[in-house]
Design a protein around this ligand. Sequence first.
Ligand code: SF4
Length: 190
Amino acid sequence: MTAMSPIGSRTPCVEFAALFQHRLVEDPAPASAPVEMRRRSLMMTRKAQHLCTQCPVMAQCLYDAVVRFDVAGYAGGATAKQRAEIRVRLGIRVAYENFGSMAGVAAGRRQVDHDEVLRLHNANPEASLETIAVRLGCSLSTVKRHMRQARMAAAVAERAAPEPLPEMAEVLTAYRAIVTDPDDRRPYLA
Ligand code: SF4
């Protein structure tokens, strides 16, 4: 562990909420970002990943974040982009859900009404998502999450029959294939 230990009875994402809610962890810097920003983002994301590997509910958290809920930000030891890649590998699409209750992820954060995001977006089609985020007093990733939710809800509504959910083992195998572990330590996924 780093200087951040020890982890108490709360999940690491609650214990170290400032790290998990940092914009460079919620929305990791893209390849086009300045080198220093990418370096910081990678460092912080690895720290979050390391903390997730110490979390006793990591396997279930990862499963939920991949299969059941489309949460924003870092969760289950993976970024939102990595979880999307895991879904592609598994051949699944996550169903529309109200995922505000997911363990740790939404703790201490302002809940934004889904309909309000869509209403504002529809009422202001020219406004950027950043503008909507400022208006609602939430993060850009939250607005993006709600927009993604809306698209997925439409996609799910078109589906004739629900597909069977993947097994936990399949999700963990896909995780290992997508997410590299800089410390080579995943005690709860071994
Ligand atoms: S995001 Fe999930 S796995 Fe990571 S610390 Fe929080 S509850 Fe645990």
